[in-house]
Ligand binder design. Sequence first.
Ligand code: HEC
Length: 102
Amino acid sequence: MRFSLLCLISFCSFAVMAEAPNQGRQSELKNLLKHDCGSCHGLTLKGGLGPSLLAADLHNKPDNFLIDTIQNGRKGTAMPPWKPFLTIDETRWLVQHLKNRS
Ligand code: HEC
């Protein structure tokens, strides 16, 4: 567990300089948030089956923790892994987007 977390952190620090998704992909990701994530987290992301994804509720959770949750899902819960659909860069962008939404 600790080992994989360390790998994740060092991998992320390598990728920090990576490009943000282009405009077209950013609107696809916003759509995904509303329609796919929204089906569990609520259309306005205030929470439903899954917890709230509002900026106020995410701001003190570490980025790597949230990125890992989105990429790999949470075993034993309804949160599915999105790795097949989202690259690490896209997931990082989504986390920043969620944390900066007002
Ligand atoms: C099928 C339902 C479902 C879908 C679809 C879903 N989630 Fe979740 N998600 C959950 C549940 C349930 C949890 C809480 C897991 C737990 O109990 O730890 C969760 C947890 C999370 C967390 C951790 C929140 C925290 O405060 O720790 C994040 C971030 C998250 N989801 C993002 C997303 C994103 C982004 C999407 C769309 C790409 C998405 N989820 C789609 C059900 C879902």
